[in-house]
Design a protein around this ligand. Structure first.
Ligand SMILES: Cc1cc2nc3c(=O)[nH]c(=O)nc-3n(C[C@H](O)[C@H](O)[C@H](O)COP(=O)(O)OP(=O)(O)OC[C@H]3O[C@@H](n4cnc5c(N)ncnc54)[C@H](O)[C@@H]3O)c2cc1C
Length: 445
């Protein structure tokens, strides 16, 4: 007989989100974690990043209103900001582990890998279970080039005791854009290097171009079509050499960070021994989050799927799996999933994409420049633009992307409107507090 009914590998948002309901339902549950309990989001992802962004928001708002009632420009003290951030991150692992223990869930500290599909090795200790759920997330991708080891990662960026004077981010994904917004507001000269001319490829190009324009105005320098070849140490940092349209280019900075994506943590679990199928995006699952080995499930960032790899998605899957494992039911059905690039401004999107809309006669695309709308002008924001995609027949908003300092809020409202299938007429009938981002909703369709 197995020691446990369910063993969850990975103590992040997905793993913890599943452990508690299974335990509450009377199952004998264990969780294995090899690093910090709580996982990526609260230790080295969303939460510390949002703490670092707090003063950035104030600094940019202050800058927008200089000479319009504000006299002095505020400055960010990096060491103080780091100390404040640490008050959030320092207790996470201990508290997350203690919470599990208090609930009666067995915890194991160590690296898990499979011996067979009912047996797990945890740093030499063997445990058995009827069923395993893999929730091991992703880790930063290191650049496989000469000197790649001289680069930091998203984790080390958010732990920098001092802010280097000049920084390069290699790879123009969400991490590079968000960290550039933070570092440049805190006083660093920032470079973003990208091997092609298509940063943030999951977002509409028009929105990305606008975001880049705003970051350039904040002093960020983009190096597109720059193929990095080597990184060498210098007395003050590193020299990045690469080719730009065939010409050798060199960039000397005090620190560089690999921001070229994340790789799923499935390569060290010995999955081949138990026949679990994977691809370069992670573990393959069916629409019940079950792998091709019947008693092994996977959820969260480690899963190969088209949905964005975000904390609310990991939590949604944990909730789904808790119902599925206890009662066995319908296939997972994801609601609308919005996504955002944080910064000042932010770029956010949800629903039907611009590309899909342009290829389909059923939709009308409505670009709106909101910069002069009261909501944005009273704060003298540099840019506020929205593009909505409306179904011609039903008069329902089906998708949108927004760039403004409040884009995340507006996209959250639009996500609910799309999910609840409200028509523009129904939205216009709501009485909402004025003047707010929400009170503009009726003008967006
Ligand atoms: C810089 C950054 C910023 C982000 N910002 C946002 C944001 O603003 N909003 C948002 O929604 N999402 C954000 N994310 C993504 C979010 O952090 C993840 O979607 C979320 O943490 C996924 O949860 P998870 O439980 O699937 O994986 P994780 O949180 O990664 O947890 C997996 C856990 O498994 C452990 N593990 C791995 N392998 C093993 C093993 N073999 N044995 C034992 N333990 C193992 C790991 O140590 C880890 O603790 C960000 C991520 C990063 C890196």
């Amino acid at each position: 007989m197995s020691q446990f009914e369910t063993v969850i590998i990975g103590g992040g948002p997905a793993g913890l989100g599943l452990a508690y309901p299974l335990q509450a339902a009377g199952q004998k549950v264990a969780v294995v974690e090899e690093n910090k309990w709580g996982g990526t989001c609260p230790n080295r992802g969303c939460d510390p990043k949002k703490v670092l962004l707090g003063p950035v928001e104030i600094l940019r708002r202050n800058q927008d209103l200089l000479g319009k009632g504000i006299v002095n420009q505020v400055q960010i003290n990096w060491a103080d900001l780091m100390a404040f951030k640490n008050t959030f991150t320092d207790p996470v692992s201990t508290n997350s582990r203690a919470g599990l223990v208090a609930a009666g869930i067995t915890v194991f500290d160590g690296h898990a890998s499979f011996k067979d599909n009912h047996t797990l090795d945890i740093d030499g200790e063997t445990i058995t279970a009827d069923r395993f759920v893999i929730a091991t997330g992703q880790r930063p991708r290191q650049l496989a080039i000469t000197g790649g080891e001289l680069l930091g990662t998203s984790t080390t960026f958010m732990q920098l005791p001092q802010l280097p004077a000049e920084i390069a981010f290699l790879g123009a994904g969400f991490e590079a854009f968000e960290f550039a917004a933070i570092a440049s507001a805190a006083g660093a000269k920032v470079h973003i290097i990208q091997h092609n001319d298509r940063p943030l490829k999951q977002f509409p190009q028009a929105g990305v171009a606008e975001l880049m324009h705003q970051l350039i105005a904040q002093g960020v320098e983009f190096h597109l079509n720059f193929e990095t070849q080597t990184i060498q140490p210098t007395e003050t940092g590193i020299m990045i050499s690469g080719s730009d349209a065939g010409k050798l280019q060199q960039l000397t900075v005090n620190a560089g960070f690999a921001t070229s994506g994340r790789i799923p943590n499935c390569d060290t679990l010995n999955l081949t021994a138990i026949g679990v199928a994977t691809d370069s995006h992670g573990i393959k699952v069916n629409d019940h989050l079950q792998t091709n080995t019947a008693n092994i499930y996977a959820m969260g960032d480690v899963v190969s799927r088209r949905q964005p790899k975000l904390t609310p998605v990991a939590s949604f899957e944990a909730q789904y799996l808790s119902r599925e494992l206890l009662h066995s039911g319908a296939a997972i059905a994801y609601p609308m999933i919005p996504s955002v690039i944080y910064g000042m401004p932010r770029l956010a999107q949800v629903g039907v994409s611009l590309t899909e809309a342009k290829a389909n006669d059923a939709y009308v695309v409505k670009p709106l420049d909101m910069t002069q709308w009261f909501t944005y002008r009273h704060l003298n924001e540099a840019v506020a633009k929205a593009t909505t995609i409306v179904d011609k027949t039903t008069d329902r908003i089906m998708g949108a992307f927004v760039i403004s300092n409040e884009a995340d809020e507006l996209i959250n409202y639009l996500t609910q409107i799309i999910d609840q299938q409200l028509t523009m007429k129904q939205v216009q009938q709501e009485i909402l507090l004025y003047p707010t981002v929400a009170s503009d909703l009726g003008y967006l369709g």
